[in-house]
Structure formats: C-alpha cells, structure tokens
Design a protein around this ligand. Sequence first.
Ligand code: C2E
Ligand code: MG
Ligand code: MG
Length: 592
Amino acid sequence: MPATHDAQDGKAIETPAMQELFEKLEDAEKGRQHAEKALKRLERAVDTMHIGVTITDLDGTILYTNPADATMHGYAVEELIGENVDLLAAPEHSRLAVEQVLRVRVWEREAVDARKDGTTFPVLLISDVVEGPDGPVAIVTTCGNLTERRRAEQQLIDDALHDPLTGLANRALLIHHLERSLGRARRQKNYLFAVLILNIDRFQVINDSLGHSFGDRLLVSVARRLHACLRPTDAFARLSGDEFAILAEDISKEIGATRVANRMRGLLAAPFIIDGQEVFVSASIGIAVSSNGYTQPDQLLRDANLALRRAKARGESSHEIFDTVMHQNAVTLLQLETDLRRALERREFRTFYQPIVALDTGRVTGMEALVRWEHPSRGLLAPKDFLAVAEETGLIQEIGWWVLREACTQTCKWQSMESVSHPLTLSVNLSRKQFTQPDAVKRIGNILKETGLDAENLMLEMTETAIMNDAEPALRMLSQLKALNVQLHMDDFGTGYASLSFLHRFPIDTLKIDRSFVVDMGTRPGASEIIRTILALAKNLNMRVIAEGIETKEQLTELKDLECDLGQGNYFCRPLEPAAATAFLRDHPPLV
Ligand code: C2E
Ligand code: MG
Ligand code: MG
C-alpha cells in the first residue's frame, strides 16, 4: 500500500487526507477485482449458453463468438474470429445489421443462417448496440435456432389438417384443395375436376358386430388401398367415420369421374383380411363435376352428398353423378319441409274417412281416418306427396296426434247418430315415430279421455314394416298400447317380412291384407292362394282380417267365398271428407 515517509525516523506518516486517499484506492482495487470477476462469470455464462452470441465491429468483423454460436454453424470459435459475420448467413441473406440497429437500437428478426457444410436453418436474431464513450462501437447479436419450433409449428398445422386415424387430409384441407381447383377452373376454360364422396356400405354393421377397433383398422386398410390407385395430383380425404372424398383433378367430362368411381369400387372387391378375419366391403359413391358453375367448395360437397344419397337409395355398391334434376328435387324437398311446418300452424290438414265393411252383411262397421293436406297452391294432397318428408323430419308426430284427436271427436259424433246402431269403430294409422315415442301410451290415453271415445272402439293401424323394423322394442310398445284396451291392426300385411314366430308373440288383433294382393286376385295365378293362406294363418292366430283396396265386384265375391271378414276399398266408397262421410253413414243402404 503506498505511504508517505517521515523524513527523520523513516516512519510512515498518515495524514487523514492521505488515509482517505488510501481507502479510496483500496476500494477502487476491490471494485476492479470485483468487476473482473463479474466479467469472467459473464464470459463463462455466455460461453456455456445454448443461444449463440456474436460481437462484431461496425463493419461486421467478428470480434467474439461463443461456442454455442460456432457449433450451431458448424465452426470452431477460432475459425470465426476476424471473419465477416455474413459468413453465418444463408446465400441471399445478410447478417450485417449496422444500419437497422443504429436506427432502432434493438433489432429482432427471423432469418436464415448457413452452416459450414452449406445446409441452412431458420434463426431468430436479436441485435443490440454496444455504446462506447464516443458513440456505438460494436453490435451484439444473439442467435436462436428455430428448427425445432418450426417443426412443432408444422406438426400443429399438419395435425389440424389431417385425420389422425388414416393420416389422410381432413375436410379443412380438402376444402383448401377445392378452392385451388375452383380457382384453376375459373382461369382455364376447359379444366374439369370432380369430387367423389365414397361411403362404405353397412359399415355400422361391421363396427357393431366386430368392434370399433376392428372398424378402425378396416378404415385404415381401405384408405391405403384406395390411396394407392389415385394419381399424385388427386387429393384424398377422410370426411367422417366411414366417408372419404376424392378430388379428381383434370378429368375429361363425367366419364372420367365414372372411371375413377369404377376403379375405386373394383379395388374394394377383393376381401380385406384383418386379424386373420376376412371382410368384404362395398361402397356407394356420389359425384359432383365442376362443370355445374360452382363457386364454393361447399356447393360441390353438398351436391356430391346428394348424389351419394341417391346412390345409397339405389342399393349397395353403386355410384351416381349429381345432376340438376337432383338439385331441383332437393330444393323441392326443402320447400316441402318448410311448407309442412307452416301447414301445421295454418291448420291445412284434413281428415278423410273410408268405410270398413263387414263382407257378409254389407254393414259399415267402422271408418279409417286418412290424412290429407289442403295445400294453398297445389290443392288436395294425398299422403304419398308429403308423408315421407313428414316422417323424415319428425313432423309426422304432430300431424299424427292431430289426426287422432280430430278423428276421435268425429267418431263420437257419428256414434250418437240414429242411423248408426252399432258402435262404429275408428281406425287410425300410427307411424313408427309415433308409437315409439316414450309417452305414446299416455298421449293416446289422454286423447281418448278428452274426446270421450271408448278405447275398445279405437283400432290403431301400424304397418308391418314399421313394426318389424325393430321388433323387440315394438313388441314392448304394442303390449303397453294393448293395455289401454285399444285394438291393434297390422297394416299392409304381406309387404313386409313379419316372421311367423314374431307374429304370434305380438298382441295384434287384425291383419290388413295389402291392396297389392287383392288387385292381383283373378288376374295373377297364386294371388288368391296367398290370401287363402293369410286367412288360414289369421284364423290359427286368432286374428281377424280386413282386405284392403277392393275395387271390383269380382274381387268382393272371391273374398266372400274365401270367408274374409271385412273389406275396404273404392268399390264400396272412396275416402270422404267429414261432411260427405256423415251423409254416407246416414243414407247408405247395406253395401253388399
Ligand atoms: P293405408 O293405411 O293402407 O290406407 C289405405 C290406402 O289405400 C289409402 O290411401 C286409401 O285411400 C287407399 N285405398 C283404399 N281403397 C282403395 C282402392 O280401392 N284402390 C286404391 N287404389 N286405393 C285404395 P291414402 O289415403 O293415400 O293413404 C296412404 C297411406 O298413407 C295409408 O295407407 C297409410 O299408411 C298412410 N296414412 C294415411 N293417413 C295417415 C295418418 O294419419 N297417419 C299416418 N301415420 N299414416 C297415414
Ligand atoms: Mg291404414
Ligand atoms: Mg294399408
């Protein structure tokens, strides 16, 4: 430590001022050591960082680089010192940042760097100015490798655009491809493409019987097999469960799309073997071709879907190309649905009645209620014009309950007429959607109570197909209905596939022989035999029989000979509106 020496005895004399000076010097020394240590620590930290750090002078000459930066770029630290920093940038990119950094002080950007071996990679660079006493002296740039982050981002994008099970494009990506193709079709006059939607027939059955994981593996195999036959330019996507879509680019008219469809179906013809189990698969295909002036991907998908539904309706393993008639039908259907909803509000439905006649006496024993729609512009519509849509949309329930209430009220009025001496029965048709409604029994019970009709005078008619469609739940429902004390009729008997074993378990009172058998009587050999058989069957099962659609005297005579109990048909009387039906009940003589 520096000191002042006394001239006489050589002993150091420390004045307070000097002491203060010594202390300051000592502090400065400590500060320097401290700063040096801190710098060392910082250097070590920078040296061991994963992020690259370079310091360059204002010309871009590298003054310092940390090992991370050198390694990231495939160099040793020594190789970089003294080089221009652009050595680290990919061709056509620059690392020189002086101007921008001086302007903005801290400059952050994404760029592309190059390794010593020429390969490139994405980086995030942040440059900062190092200020000296007279202004900027150097630039520090940190460099982060973005490869991993980009990969993760790409993965996210891929996941969002692909189906995880098959790895195929999903709907979103397909729509993107469709947009591109639509753009190309706008620019290129003769460019045509097609969308094919392919749905595996009866896939639900496979899934239900062999299990979902089996179903999944089957879907993957189907996807693989189909994918192999597509051209590289065609896009292939999975839209949902068992539904795939193919965007077939650059086809020559419809025939090109048909060829693709046939190829697909041909490919599926060979069995799939999964877990040693052989499965046969077929598919239905709907096609929309770009020549129809489409502007949006959704329109193409919608029309391909409509065509698919048409193909499905035709039967398994077929394809159908969308045409404008199909579109018109779809529009009409939609309009019909809207009109039907409105018809309920506007009370446009009517109940017509057709007499049911005892064939031996000619007496009218009952009436069947048949719904009609008084359409404001199309006139009186029969069930065939609207019932299917009403079923599909569920509107049949509301319509059906309305008919039941209306007809019960009407029948009570008829029962009090003098000319109707015996209790007139009422037959009302119930759709499957109605009688499987959980509160069906309660509703019917309530309507009977409100209108005052005796339960035993009500016959509920359900078609054979509706009952047999799902026989077990139908059986439960029918038993509950039976408990109300109403009678149950199986309508259109012979057109469905009632198994005899079921038939005798059902609490059915009457079979209504379908009109198609009565029409054939006397003209087609065997038709009368069928009726004879049904009559024998009914007798054995203790059921009554009504023959529907009697149109001629010959038919009536033959049915009487066969000892059929009851009949109904235009020969006796067409369905009548309520007032006409009342007049008929009042005035008619026995009908046979
Ligand atoms: P359905 O219950 O079998 O009714 C008999 C159908 O045959 C009626 O047709 C009737 O008009 C017709 N018909 C009767 N006699 C003859 C004949 O001699 N010749 C010919 N060619 N036809 C005859 P409609 O009224 O058009 O009803 C058709 C079907 O619509 C009914 O068949 C029934 O299944 C259903 N339906 C009618 N009204 C209702 C209803 O209110 N609810 C439900 N769910 N279905 C109904
Ligand atoms: Mg009926
Ligand atoms: Mg019928």
